[in-house]
Structures are given as structure tokens and as C-alpha cells.
Design a protein around this ligand. Structure first.
Ligand code: ADP
Ligand code: MG
Length: 322
């Protein structure tokens, strides 16, 4: 016989490997109780993943769970925050225990890597598989890195490489055009993104502004510019287009995916010139690729200095859900 809601909660959500000492009361009561450390701000973020919109229902539960947690972790990374606790709402068209088991296994696996404890949530039947996760973390008071702090003269950096997630989605839509090997070389970036928490944390007190790349570099850097009331110029050759894109796509396709697709979950931040050496050394120690792509200037808008030395305006367009 199918398990009841309470039996499911007992079996899958009550016991976890991660047990944080700041969780006074976790899953099982009307609400959870946690202790925020002294002199810290609580940092909250939430994301929903909806079947057919954010993932295909053919994806394994493990990938969906990983992504739900990873995208929220990435938002905390982009604030420079430390993740701690999560609450999870699962809306399921039907109860499939295998699915829940796979989901929990992958969720707890990633949660453990970042010392996140699931402290509550909700289960409901509903027409479309929907996962909503709220992630809670903290940061020393006043040290959060926001979108609004960019200053004229700041250097603009991006971590890692861009476009592989968009390329993977492109292949999922046009399967026959690419080999399985090509797909497998990029699929993990779409389904199993790794949030840049250590990178975000080391930028506290150094970066003036930061965002994670979820909608595309142009759109997300655009958010920094708008919130900070500044403009920017980036340099075409410095944009880190991921190598599988350069290998298998036309330059235009690669450029479009790298700038306008998103879901890369890399960090984009702006830095006062005086911290350049320090931050580049810190990233070498972290063994994370870091690319200096341009600088903040006073002229509003986002421009790109092209290879032919022409300056082109970049539309801050990106992925939009509506
Ligand atoms: P209530 O009806 O009081 O809201 P529920 O019966 O929904 O409580 O949940 C009972 C307990 O199980 C609560 O502590 C809740 O946070 C937890 N819980 C329910 N669903 C989930 C879930 N998907 N993940 C984690 N905890 C859950
Ligand atoms: Mg209750």
C-alpha cells in the first residue's frame, strides 16, 4: 500500500546525515527553530523549478534535486554568504517512492558538501511537478555583497566559462545534430551545476558588487549596472566562451549562448583596482579560473569592444520566464 504523507515524511525527511548544532528543532514540529550566530545577518533566497519550464519531466529525480539546491546555493554564493538551512516544498502529480528516494539521496549528498540541513517543508499533490526550495544562510553583519555597489573604475570579473549549460539545453532540443559524447561533455553544467560558494566567500570585504549568472552574462551584468547606476565596457576577446561551444558551434551561436542564455551559475563581480592582485592570488589558490572582462564606467549601458576595435552596444537581454 502507498505510504501516507506522514509516513513519507518520517521515512525521507526526518533523518539526515547533516546535523547542524545551530538547529534547535528540525523536521517534525509545526515549525523549525534555528539559531543565527551573533553579529550576523540572516540571508534568505528561494527558487522554484517547474516541470516543463526549468527541466524536462524525463530528467531523473537526482538531477532535479541537485539543481534545485544548487541554484539556491548559487544565490547565497553571490551574496558572499554561508549556507545553513533549507525548507523544501514538493508538489507531486503522484506519489512515486522511487522518485522521492532518488530525489532525497541526491539532495542530501549535495547538502552535505555545503553543510546544509533540511529543517522543514511541505508535501502536496498537484498537477505539475514543482520543487520550491528556500535556502537560509548568514553573513557577518554588513558584509553582504549586493548588486548595487559597483563603482566607476571597478574591474569586472567572471569565474569559469560560459555557455555550456545553454549548449546542453540546445542539444536536448536538437538531439540528432550532436553526438552523445558532445552532449555528455556539457550536460553536467545544465543538470548538476556546482555553486561557487568558496569563491563568493573570499570576496567579502573586497568586491564592490556581485551577481550569479542565471539569466546570461549580459542580463546579469545589466542588473549590476542598473542597480549601481553605472555603465560598463567589456572586451570581446576576454569573454570566457567555454571550449565545447567554440569546437562545435558557429562563432555567432557560441557568442549568443555564452552571453544571453544563462544557467551557468558562475559569479560576476566588480572589484576596486587596488584589490586586483590580492583577488587574482586568492583565485589561483582556489584553483578557480578567473577572467577580467572589462571595467565599470560612467556612461550608462553595456558596451562591448569588438575584435575589430568597434564598440557595440550589448542588449541586456537574457532568459525570461514570462
Ligand atoms: P503542518 O501541517 O503543521 O504544516 P506538515 O504535516 O505539513 O505540518 O509537516 C510535518 C513536518 O514535516 C513539518 O515539520 C514539516 O516542516 C515537515 N515536512 C513536510 N514536508 C516536508 C518536506 N518536503 N521536506 C522536509 N520537511 C517536510
Ligand atoms: Mg502544524
Amino acid at each position: 500500500m502507498a505510504l501516507s504523507e506522514f509516513e513519507l515524511i518520517d521515512r525521507y525527511f526526518l533523518h539526515q546525515e547533516t546535523n547542524r548544532s545551530d538547529v534547535v528543532l528540525g523536521v517534525g514540529d509545526d515549525a523549525a527553530l534555528v539559531r543565527v550566530p551573533m553579529d550576523h545577518d540572516l540571508v534568505l533566497t528561494m527558487d522554484s523549478l517547474v516541470a516543463g519550464i526549468h527541466f524536462l519531466s524525463t530528467w531523473p529525480a537526482e538531477d532535479i534535486a541537485h539543481k534545485a539546491l544548487a541554484v539556491n546555493l548559487s544565490d547565497l554564493a553571490a551574496m558572499g554568504a554561508e549556507p545553513a538551512w533549507a525548507t523544501l516544498s514538493l508538489v507531486l502529480p503522484q506519489i512515486d517512492e522511487n522518485w522521492i528516494e532518488g530525489f532525497c539521496q541526491a539532495f542530501y549528498h549535495l547538502a552535505k558538501q555545503f553543510n546544509v540541513q533540511l529543517i522543514g517543508g511541505d508535501l502536496s499533490r498537484g498537477p505539475t511537478l514543482t520543487i520550491t526550495l528556500e535556502l537560509h544562510g548568514f553573513i557577518p553583519t554588513g558584509q553582504a555583497i549586493t548588486r548595487s555597489g559597483a563603482q566607476i573604475g571597478d574591474l569586472i570579473y567572471v569565474t569559469g566559462a560560459l555557455g555550456e549549460s545553454g549548449f546542453a539545453l540546445h542539444i536536448e532540443k536538437h538531439l540528432s545534430l550532436f553526438s552523445d559524447t558532445v552532449y555528455r561533455s556539457v550536460a553536467h553544467r545544465l543538470r548538476r551545476p556546482m555553486p561557487r560558494l568558496a569563491e563568493g566567500r573570499v570576496l567579502r570585504g573586497l568586491a564592490n558588487s556581485m551577481i550569479d549568472i542565471s539569466d546570461g552574462l549580459a542580463a546579469d551584468l545589466g542588473h549590476i549596472l542598473e542597480k549601481s547606476g553605472v555603465g560598463a565596457t567589456v572586451i570581446e576577446e576576454k569573454i570566457p566562451i567555454a571550449s565545447p561551444l567554440k569546437q562545435h558551434l558557429s562563432y555567432d551561436q557560441a557568442w549568443n549562448l555564452a552571453l544571453f542564455h544563462g544557467e551557468d551559475y558562475e559569479l560576476c563581480f566588480t572589484l576596486p583596482l587596488k584589490y586586483q592582485e590580492r583577488v587574482e592570488t586568492l583565485f589561483t589558490e582556489l584553483q578557480t579560473d578567473l577572467h577580467l572582462i572589462g571595467h565599470i564606467d560612467s556612461q550608462q549601458g553595456l558596451r562591448c569592444q569588438m575584435r575589430n576595435q568597434q564598440v557595440m552596444n550589448l542588449e541586456p537581454k537574457g532568459y525570461q520566464h514570462f
